[in-house]
Design a protein around this ligand. Structure first.
Ligand SMILES: [Fe+2]
Ligand SMILES: [Fe+2]
Length: 252
């Protein structure tokens, strides 16, 4: 049974955050000897500015150290991964997939089954790339992706898994206007009754716990793992086979 390390909003490329990321990676590698026992889930804003040349490559150099050491790393894109953060472009959709998944030949949700756990990654930027969307970065999954998610949750290999982990970039619950996912209600309806073990996200850099909503016992905001602008940076380690009370901040 693999454990999960939840990272988010690393914003590599912003000030000294690449150096901080390097330190975090070093500590993950040296404190977690059994790398094959861990899946690292990154909930987006991997980089600070996708429009900067070499941005993805700089980030991937850090993650290559982790995969070379035996860790599995899963990603979903954040608003900064498709542009500057406030302005995005559709051309980065394919580019992000190619760089971080090695193929652009898939549509979100992306499903990865590891042992007894189905990891389901959503693209909450899917409907955020129209001209009228560019003023705010709230996130929207869109009807098509939600329908695919609904179908995917009914697939036998997903249903037969002991655990289901859903991860996305944008915050489904934030009470402030323009700070949460536009179609959060529809996401809730889609997830309810499907025995979701954990819901992971980032974006607002709050790092708070929202467990209990939609009947899900683990709902975590990953904050900003590199502590962008001094904001909360929990490095949660999650063991789905145990009570959520045993999840902890490893402080890498
Ligand atoms: Fe962010
Ligand atoms: Fe974000």
């Amino acid at each position: 049974m693999k454990k999960i390390i939840h990272l988010s909003d690393t914003h590599i490329g912003y000030r000294d955050l690449s150096t901080k990321m390097g330190d975090i990676v070093t500590r993950i590698i040296y404190t977690k000897e059994n790398s094959a026992d861990y899946v690292i889930v990154h909930t987006g804003d991997v980089v600070e500015d996708a429009t900067r040349d070499g941005s993805y490559e700089e980030a991937l150099a850090h993650f290559k150290r982790l995969t070379d050491a035996g860790f599995t790393v899963l990603y979903v894109p954040g608003n900064h991964d498709y542009g500057t953060g406030s302005f995005g472009s559709g051309k980065y959709v394919k580019k992000f997939k190619k760089h971080f998944y090695g193929t652009h030949n898939f549509t979100y949700p992306i499903k990865t089954i590891i042992d007894e756990t189905a990891f389901i990654g959503l693209d909450s930027m899917a409907e955020e790339l129209n001209w009228y969307d560019r003023l705010f970065a709230e996130g929207e999954l869109g009807k098509k992706q939600l329908k695919r998610l609904s179908d995917l949750l009914k697939e036998n290999d997903v249903k037969n898994c002991k655990y289901r982990v859903v991860y996305l970039h944008h915050h489904p619950f934030h009470p402030k206007l323009f700070h949460h996912l536009k179609d959060t209600e529809e996401l809730g309806k889609t997830l309810k009754g499907n025995d979701i073990s954990a819901l992971l996200f980032g974006h607002n850099h709050d790092g708070r716990v929202w467990s209990g909503r939609w009947g899900i016992s683990r709902i975590y905001d990953g904050g900003t793992s590199t502590g962008k602008e001094g904001k909360p940076n929990p490095h949660r380690v999650i063991d789905l086979s145990r009570d959520p009370a045993f999840d902890y901040d490893a402080q890498f």
